[in-house]
Design a protein around this ligand. Sequence first.
Ligand SMILES: Cc1ncc(COP(=O)(O)O)c(C=O)c1O
Length: 410
Amino acid sequence: MSHVLDSISFGAIVTVRDRLLAQQAAGRRIYRLESGDPSFDTPPHVRDAMIEALKRGQTHYTASAGIQPLREAIVRKVRRDNELPIDDAEQVVVTSGGMHALYLTFRALLDPGDEVILPDPMWTEIAENIRLGGGVPVRVRMDLESPTPWTAAQIEQHLTPRTKAIFVNTPQNPTGVVLSRAVLRDIVALAVKHDLRIISDEAYEHVIFDGAQHVSIGALPGAEERTISLYSTSKSYAMSGLRVGYLVARDAAFLTRVKKLLRCTTNGVNSLAQWGAAAAIAAPQDAPRSMGAVYQERRDVLLAGLGGVDLLVPYVPRGSFFLWARIQPSWRGYRGVRTDEAMTDWLIDEVGVGSSPGSAFGPAGAGWIRFAFSCETSEVETAAGLVRRVLATEGRTAARAPGSDVRPTP
Ligand SMILES: Cc1ncc(COP(=O)(O)O)c(C=O)c1O
């Protein structure tokens, strides 16, 4: 008997990470460009707030939807920065990272067989959470050759009577595409026309480059009542291990379902992490701004480092901390295999540089590779140099015998 969880993978990125960590344990220098974990320390005022909460003894159960000071800080933040028309803290739910916000949303929104539109490529966990919620992911291919890679017109071609929602992610993982206000307006118009819900994942709202503006779709006219907006403290405040995210919505029936699901799953987020998040969100937003500026520097370092590599054509990201690059057909492959997985294997085996094979992000990702530039700038620079060296000398390296610590490529 099969179960829905049998169709969920452990994730290609986790496999890459495990291989890299095994090599590190064996004494090899590795470069973690597969993982989107900020290298920055969690800001001092966030850590201090957690220590103070601990000293005050705030280690007991909290309201399962979150502590009031945090929910109120979120209300102020989403009204001010995201321009969301939120009435009060009852419309905010604190979650165990953005991941749990996604799970709760799909589980509370979908009936079996409901279809959800999402971009292709897209961070793997979205399709999997849709399936966990009983839904069917419907991928709409992004056209990265176009100045508007994902549009309402493309989405409309994939609507069916079973379409329930459109999932929007801007800035996007893995491509770094930032959707403009005009594109988002068209998506809202489509959602209104077909009476669809909008799920807006804004985990990278603060990681945005070249002066681009992050627009929250839930703020646009017509979207207010039909949008569920999801956020994370992981990337904005370098709090990935503390696991605090939140969702914001105006639909009372949806929120009631989410609160029931919360009570029966995590029953609230770790109390100390919530006090830390309250400090992060209530304080002036200098920390996310300055981290955003460093990510832009790292993007430029990586783009410059890969500049002379003929085998990879990068898509210039305007947000998030990922570089999405197309592998050129002239690549001769690794051990006779010419897939993106083989290129990921090759870079690990040759120079200990992590990456994520594009296929992990959906069919449109085949033949692409993703590098994360959330690790230290110096590591990004060194890793780019190593990748350049391997790719520039492909004939010699491809013929060389692999090291003994290396997993055979299937
Ligand atoms: C697009 C997107 N949404 C949500 C998340 C969830 O992050 P977290 O669970 O750490 O808050 C991630 C994490 O990588 C992501 O890439």
